[in-house]
Ligand binder design. Sequence first.
Ligand code: ADP
Ligand code: MG
Length: 448
Amino acid sequence: MDLDRLWKNTQEEIKIVLAPAVFNTFIAQTQLIALQHHTATISCPNSYLVDINQKRYYRFFKEALDHQSQLDLTLEFIVQEPIKNQDSLPPPPLFTPSQTSSSPSFRTNLHPSYTFDNFIVGNSNNFAFAAAQGIVKNPGTTYNPFFLWGGVGVGKTHLMQAIGWQLLHHQPNLKVKYFPAETFGNELVAALRTKTINQFKDKYRFADCILVDDIQFIAGKEYIQEEFFHTFNALHLSGRQIILTSDRKPQDIKDLQDRLVSRFTGGLTVDIQPPDLETRTAIIRQKVEESNLNIDPLAIDTLAQSTNSNIRQLEGQLRQLFLQAQSQNLTTISPLFVQSFLNPSSTTNNRQSNSLTPRHLISVCARYFNIKTGDLCGQARQKNLVTARHFTAYLLISELKLPLKEVGHLLGGRDHTSIMHARDKIQSDLSTSPPTQQVIHQIKQLLL
Ligand code: ADP
Ligand code: MG
């Protein structure tokens, strides 16, 4: 079987069902390199593509390849540089930068860490990510303008600037200019006041690529919209790349002139959704890696599940968590630490909620005292076990209102008088001993 031909046909078939940006980014650079024993080996230029093709696009590859080959195949993806002169395209066919003499005052305004490398891809943003990569390959052509929309803190500004950095990486003398639409508006007003409108126009029309953040700002402001319309046209006509972000899609921006809506929707419009569990987990993992701390995988799950907030808030929350861990000289973040971080002031009401069971309480106490549940409820009488038992007995009574007899039963078949002694001991210590107060306070925090 001619593998090259088979693969060409397979790719053509996949191309029909996937968006062009996805196809160009993930599928186009793959190659079928072997077909043996019902296994097809497909090479990708890097491990990122191996991962994403395996996870997300396996089904597309399989359907098309099975159809083309008339076989029922298992696919394996491996990393292998594409063979020269075959699929390895030369560096992207960038548009020619404007030849205007370089202005010393030209500033890109890009944030150093808003790059593709730092951008985590998950279900919520993978389409936008693919589209962004497509633009870097063919700026000023297919996706012009590129309109990126979505809620607060979902990564619009980051992704937009990542495109800017990547364009500069390919072509360092390109004039990439990032600015919030609000800045455009403010500078326009100032230019009108100081009669420097020509300098203002030059400044913006001089760029090879503009990244305009939060364009919804100009809605309802007639004069700013007018000027932006002309800036947009001047750049677009000369094949300059325009990238816009907004909190909603162009059609939904109230009081945005129709002609602007029509310009903005003339290229590619893509949204970023709030981060799903997978994306949040990946973000937490990356931030922990950068922090010199270790984290228990269970703690990552607890954190990722605790919030469905936006990525900016998630980052803020992680910064606080790391600070707390560092201030307590912890090197590893445990699930319990995360729980107490998330619920620092859980109220009595919460603790009495149905979710607190005797079994859970006992296991939290065992973990707190660093002993096995079996030992806590066992017969051995070492000092540390006895102390832990006293605290556990006290909490079973105070938090769950269990009768003495039942507590005795749970803690290894002890009789109710010894449970009563335990309770009274802790109760009297609580009024005099700060360490005892602290232990009870800390365990209660862990109980959610
Ligand atoms: P938006 O412009 O949509 O309000 P930002 O781009 O400012 O959101 O992102 C908010 C914060 O979250 C930034 O610090 C950004 O680096 C981070 N962030 C957003 N999306 C991602 C992502 N996919 N991977 C890593 N960090 C992200
Ligand atoms: Mg933003």
